[in-house]
Ligand binder design. Structure first.
Ligand code: KPL
Length: 311
């Protein structure tokens, strides 16, 4: 039986966003368990996260465990990087039941559809957020900027269950709305990330630099033109003004930020390029349309980490 008000949450992906929701859910009286990637991470976990910034300051005690545990999972928040999503879900699949509810809160697109194919009978929701947070090892979490989040169903099971399954998320002091048309919200966020993240990674610059540099603005324009054409062909309305205008506004508003993709490159890690600009290329391909500027950007970011690239 599905208990809509379950207060037991597991969190996969203890980066900044996963940790922020873990802390907020815990502070609101929910029972939280972080699922860590291996025994070294579990051994190194200090048992608490030191929260500061835009959230109430203090130490939040949290429990942690490994995926191979057998305790059933009622509510699961997946906040891994997009490219880790399927493997992460697969690692806890033995703990899911038809009454489990999963929320994917990640950048990029493509993984939501793959997860929906993998788990047709489990309620799957997806979300997007503009909350700003970062981790300072070993256990600090800085909630740097307030934003807003949207969550909505991505399969029939979730649509039938509706917003009440996510009451606990909506009761947190993080501005969160429920939207049946979540795919469109994901497209809007994707369109912005596709205009900013890859270029900042390519030119190793802060977001604001894109808006100040005529050559970078021109490249944003080309990416935005292609994104708008694909979104239009897929009947996904973006904004009530040109995408470039919105992307430039966000690049300026987050001017001193280093985009998540640039941070990944600087940390020597894999990037989400295949789930951002790469997703747009795959959609274009299915439509028989060309996206040369997105393709070139995917190729140049992939060259930074050829060992990881799908392409
Ligand atoms: O979402 C972002 C990201 O870095 O992933 C932007 C909007 C570019 C802010 O940095």
């Amino acid at each position: 039986m599905i208990t809509n008000q379950s207060n037991s949450w597991h969190i996969l992906g203890a980066g900044a966003i996963g940790s922020l929701w873990a802390c907020q859910l815990s502070l609101a009286g929910n029972e939280i368990r972080l699922i860590l990637r291996n025994s070294a991470a579990l051994k190194g976990f200090t048992g608490q996260i030191q929260l500061s910034g835009q959230s109430v300051e203090g130490a939040v005690p949290l429990q942690a465990e490994l995926a191979e545990n057998h305790q059933p999972i009622q509510r699961l928040l997946v906040a891994t990087k997009s490219y880790d999503c399927l493997a992460a879900i697969d690692s806890i699949r033995h703990r899911l039941s038809p009454s489990s509810v999963i929320v994917l809160l990640q950048n990029g697109m493509g993984q939501q559809q793959q997860a929906a194919e993998l788990l047709p009978d489990i309620a799957l929701f997806a979300g997007t957020t503009t909350e700003g947070a970062y981790r300072l090892p070993p256990n600090k979490l800085i909630h740097a900027g307030r934003g807003e989040s949207w969550i909505g169903p991505i399969n029939e099971t979730a649509r039938n269950l509706g917003a009440t399954a996510l009451d606990r998320l909506q009761q947190l002091p993080l501005k969160t709305g429920y939207d049946e048309a979540i795919i469109n919200r994901l497209w809007q966020k994707l369109a912005i990330n596709a205009a900013i993240n890859g270029l900042t990674a390519k030119y190793d610059c802060q977001n604001g630099r894109l808006a100040d540099h005529p050559d970078y603005c021109e490249q944003m324009q080309q990416l935005c033109n292609e994104t708008e054409a694909i979104a239009k062909a897929l009947e996904q309305p973006l904004f009530d003004r040109p995408l470039l205008e919105v992307a430039l506004q966000i690049a300026r508003a987050t001017g001193s930020n280093y985009s998540s993709m640039l941070q990944d490159v600087r940390n020597g890690g894999q990037t989400e390029i295949d789930y951002i600009n790469g997703f747009i290329c795959r959609q274009a391909n299915q439509l028989g349309l060309d996206t040369p500027h997105h393709q070139a950007l995917v190729a140049s970011i992939s060259r930074l980490h050829p060992q990881f690239s799908e392409h």
